[in-house]
Ligand binder design. Structure first.
Ligand SMILES: NC(=O)C1=CN([C@@H]2O[C@H](COP(=O)(O)OP(=O)(O)OC[C@H]3O[C@@H](n4cnc5c(N)ncnc54)[C@H](O)[C@@H]3O)[C@@H](O)[C@H]2O)C=CC1
Ligand SMILES: O=C([O-])CC(=O)C(=O)O
Length: 269
């Protein structure tokens, strides 16, 4: 298998650490130009694959004909690179799924997938139960309410800083109440789960979202309720935060790992 990864941050490096136990044949990594030399020297790469290529050019990456591209670099990188990969006919795992809240970008990605033949794969990321939600939403209208809770530090550098004094919170506080579209747009590094639920279920405008800063939180809690004619269910996960990026839950890393296995294994679940 030839795996290509866009970005070389917490998720990318953690996935490569996991790959060392079962390396891929070829690995291409797309970094920012300033990081390319440093990344080339990282021993994680040679442990994760038999042949390694590091580049800062998407065209160069696609010229190697990867079997699967995994984007884990953020919403701006989705705009820059995702349509190109799909147009080239390569399957793409979109980790920064909240970028799909932009209708024009979402439409452009679908059109690129149709034109090129690459599949746009939307992973479960930090949440679970997406299989059931997507199935039930085929049976009729679903009502979905999501609550995302993280420690105050995970909300630094976001609009939550204007809503509350993150450094002096003594109790949990709702820092956002609105739609999944607003949440994914205003919190691009913290509300991808809201977008995942919206895409699997009721859509970006009907999915209700609360984001909460909680000084007592030890990790990232994602909880949601689903109600529809075919049934009701509730999911709650208390995710451990990634050591390298407290905003990102460890489950996200293994959701990417699962998508890599789904591409290379004969039996998939
Ligand atoms: N679907 C889900 O449930 C989740 C999705 N995410 C998404 O995954 C993204 C990555 O998460 P982490 O790895 O924890 O973040 P990170 O900040 O540790 O790593 C992102 C890396 O991408 C690089 N990058 C950014 N723009 C780039 C570009 N144009 N070209 C090449 N490299 C670029 C950065 O330099 C950085 O090294 C987040 O920004 C978030 O949008 C994160 C958590 C959960
Ligand atoms: O990793 C998580 O806990 C979820 C996250 O950041 C997001 O939804 O963007």
């Amino acid at each position: 298998m030839h795996l290509a990864i866009i970005g070389y941050g917490n998720i990318a490096q953690s996935v490569l650490r996991w790959l060392a136990a079962r390396p891929v044949d070829q690995l291409s990594v797309l970094t920012r130009p300033a990081a390319r030399k440093r990344v080339q020297q990282d021993k994680l790469l040679s442990a994760a694959a038999h042949h390694v290529f590091v580049t800062d050019s998407m065209d160069e990456m696609l010229a190697g004909h990867p079997d699967l591209v995994v984007e884990c670099a953020g919403h701006q990188a989705v705009i820059e690179y995702a349509p190109k990969a799909l147009k080239a006919g390569v399957d793409l795992v979109l980790v920064s799924i909240g970028a799909m809240a932009d209708e024009r970008l979402s439409q452009a990605l679908k059109e690129a997938a149709i034109a090129g033949g690459g599949k746009l794969i939307l992973p479960a990321g930090a949440i679970g139960g997406i299989d059931l939600l997507a199935a039930l939403s085929l049976a009729g209208e679903v009502a979905v309410k999501y609550r995302g809770t993280k420690p105050p530090a995970a909300w630094r550098g976001t609009p939550a800083e204007r809503a509350t004094d993150l450094d002096n919170l003594s109790d949990m506080q709702v820092i956002f109440d609105g739609t999944a579209r607003q949440a994914a747009t205003e919190y691009p590094r913290n509300a991808n789960v809201a977008a995942t639920l919206a895409l699997a279920g009721a859509g970006f405008d009907a999915t209700r979202v609360e984001l909460i800063a909680d000084p007592a939180a030890r990790g990232n809690r994602h909880a949601y309720d689903v109600a529809c004619a075919a049934g009701r269910f509730t999911v709650q996960i208390d995710n451990a935060a990634s050591p390298e990026n407290a905003r990102t839950s460890v489950a996200t890393i293994y959701s990417v790992a699962r998508e890599i296995n789904r591409k290379r294994d004969p039996v998939i679940i």
